[in-house]
Write a protein that binds this ligand. Structure first.
Ligand SMILES: O=C(O)CCC(=O)C(=O)O
Ligand SMILES: [Fe+2]
Length: 363
């Protein structure tokens, strides 16, 4: 019978690989962890170049992704590709900032925009969007045939003064098990100085959804919950290497932070959903890539809408991570179209005002 998951099932008995040992019948990998920071796992060059992820690497990624709601995988993408895409997105950003549907995520002070990366065949590289090592983790986390349904990037424009509220990207009644993962791929070395994301490890399942949310309209977290959780595990702004893939459970608390450097900070945001979840969101990809993606990428394209050309800089933000097709959100020139706007006919712009009630303050 063909293997259920991806290609390389190696049944040869073996000694534990370098950096792992057997303890009481378990294979325990050594990992480096610094304080409350998320765990970063570095692929060996052998893994990178052969495209074969060691089972121990997959086990580590799954362990920490389940435990912390976030894990970092380093050395999974060729650096030259990362640099080329960074340059292109910076060039595009100048054009994108002039669009009249543009909105900053959580107010202008954050200078954080969602900008679709170029998706012509030239730019639609599997190394980013269906990276073989990334997919081994995703298919083991979400089950067979994970569905690609969202491709975007977060550009933190230099010189921001404001931060985002601590939030979860999902604010509907979501399942209490992993159902969707966003892969944030950082296109430059990142730390607090250029606005690396604030991360709250372990918050993907620390409170019931309705207890943690400040309001029904957004995933912003209640101040009381923020202060309480920080006593268990405080937030961190990790140091991330260029090309790192951060797997983030969509339920995890996090926040975009000010980029006080003089360079754009860019992270791709690629969302995969479990097949059983039946997410109704779709992502546009060029028809010219249909054959290659369907035959070679080893992913489900149920959530892909094939189009002649993806007009990536003229795509107003669109999102629906719920299970209900009628719950989508779309940016328009009149404001945000959400379920409430559709009901009342009143469109409003995201005039979010982040105050110290929306993030952790030392007591
Ligand atoms: O850009 C970032 O670091 C995070 C942005 C974010 O979380 C959002 O806009 O929802
Ligand atoms: Fe977010």
């Amino acid at each position: 019978m063909a293997p259920f998951l991806s290609e390389d099932t190696d049944s040869t008995p073996r000694m534990p690989g370098k950096g792992s040992k057997y303890v009481d019948g378990a294979l325990i990998p050594d990992v480096e962890q610094h304080g409350d920071n998320p765990v970063a796992i570095r692929l060996t060059d052998e893994e990178l170049h052969s495209g074969r992820t060691r089972p121990e690497t997959i086990q580590q990624c799954l362990k920490y992704l389940h435990r912390d709601g976030l894990v970092v995988l380093e050395n999974a993408i060729d650096e030259a590709l990362v640099d080329k895409l960074y340059k292109k997105i910076v060039e595009d950003n100048e054009i994108y900032l002039s669009k009249n549907f543009l909105q900053y995520n959580q107010g202008i002070a954050t200078k954080n925009v969602s900008q679709v990366p170029p998706l012509t065949p030239e730019w639609l590289s599997r190394d980013f969007y269906a990276n073989v090592h990334m997919m081994r983790v995703i298919e083991n986390m979400l089950g067979p045939r994970p569905e690609l349904r969202f491709i975007n990037s977060n550009v933190a424009v230099p010189g921001a003064t404001g931060r985002q509220a601590v939030h979860s990207d999902v604010n509907h009644r979501f399942p209490e098990i992993p159902f969707g993962i966003v892969m944030n791929i950082y296109l430059q070395d990142s730390d607090a100085s250029n606005g690396v994301t604030e991360i709250w490890c372990g918050t993907h399942d620390c409170y019931p959804q309705e207890e943690q949310q400040a309001t029904k309209e957004s995933g912003w977290i209640k101040k009381e919950a923020i202060q309480k959780r920080a006593k268990v595990k405080p937030p961190v702004q990790p140091k991330l290497k260029k090309g790192s893939i951060c797997f983030r459970d969509l339920r995890l608390w996090h926040a975009g932070m000010p980029n006080t450097s003089d360079h754009h900070r860019i992270m791709l945001a690629i969302d995969y959903f479990a097949e059983w979840y039946q997410c109704p969101m779709t992502v546009e990809l060029p028809r010219a890539m249909k054959k290659e993606i369907e035959e070679e990428w080893n992913i489900s394209t149920k959530g892909v809408k094939w189009v002649d050309k993806v007009d990536h800089l003229n795509q107003p933000f669109y999102l629906n991570m719920t299970q209900d097709p009628s719950m989508y959100i779309r940016q328009t020139e009149k404001g945000v179209e959400d379920w409430r706007a559709r009901l009342t006919g009143k469109f409003e712009f995201d005039r979010a005002k982040v105050t110290d009630q929306n993030y952790w303050t030392a007591e």
